[in-house]
Ligand binder design. Sequence first.
Ligand code: DX5
Ligand code: ZN
Length: 225
Amino acid sequence: MTTSANISPFAPKLAPSILAANHANLREGLDKILGLPIEWLHLDIMDGHFVPNLSFGPKTIADLRPMAPDLFFDTHLMLSRPDLMIDAFADAGSNQITVHVEPFYPILETLREIRGKGLKAGLALNPGTPLERVFPFLEEIDLLLLMTVQPGFGGQSFRHDVLDKIKAAHEIREQQNLPFRIEVDGGVDSDTATLCAAAGADSFVCGTAFFKADNLENFRRNIEG
Ligand code: DX5
Ligand code: ZN
């Protein structure tokens, strides 16, 4: 990606997803990130209900926290009832907690609870969810996560049909002068990141593409400039 592709008011941020690392030795995957000037770590939490997969929980985050005191823990809750676990993921050391708009739970109160704890609040949409679903919450968030795969698994193919949604979200952000980042997540690599940046995205979750990259610093530089 060339930084000229970036039209967002925010500087581009790479958020490697530790889901794609070796879960029998997370320290190894974390050390690859700590060895580079990367500031964000994306932590994918799955409940086997909202998404058909299970990943890890608050204790994993709490154990990773002291190993990476300066990393911004970008926690992505793919849970049917994220409102029941905000305390747990906040106490474990998250810096940002992103919840999905699709399940039925008190979304507004949950976003305000996250911010009330001094954390950044994110709201996520699956590829098939219309952007209109988040309109009531745009003043309540610091990050809008537009999934570019159906959540549940790493290593899926990027969904180009989401690019129009990214463009629309960027236009609304500009028109209403709203200070939320636009994050993309799923099948993001150097090439698809360029497309997303040109549409207005500024935060790039990369799991497979990051951990499979031949040269991690070159990969980072392609995304962050
Ligand atoms: C999928 C997760 C993504 C995923 C990204 O449900 O939310 O963060 O781990 O992995 P890649 O980059 O491999 O698609
Ligand atoms: Zn994610």
